[in-house]
Design a protein around this ligand. Sequence first.
Ligand SMILES: Nc1ncnc2c1ncn2[C@@H]1O[C@H](COP(=O)(O)OP(=O)(O)O)[C@@H](O)[C@H]1O
Ligand SMILES: [Mg+2]
Length: 70
Amino acid sequence: MVGRDRELARVMLLLDDALAGGGRLVLCTGEAGIGKTRLAEEAAASAAARGVPVAWARAADRDSLPPYGL
Ligand SMILES: Nc1ncnc2c1ncn2[C@@H]1O[C@H](COP(=O)(O)OP(=O)(O)O)[C@@H](O)[C@H]1O
Ligand SMILES: [Mg+2]
């Protein structure tokens, strides 16, 4: 994992908020290959290391899916 310290730290702060009872939603956007999934994987690993349950879901890039169908 090269760089992304700032982004990962920010997500971890939001995780702290969530653990304190304040729900949070993080949207990670960008071009294909820029590192969105990797960042999510790193964040998930850090969360899991703290005992936080992690769930994954995937949506297909198809016209038939409703907006926010996931
Ligand atoms: N910060 C990073 N340091 C090292 N490798 C990275 C980093 N971000 C992404 N990668 C690698 O680059 C490739 C594409 O990243 P990925 O997370 O799949 O992109 P995206 O989900 O945005 O399409 C993967 O092989 C991933 O492991
Ligand atoms: Mg991806």
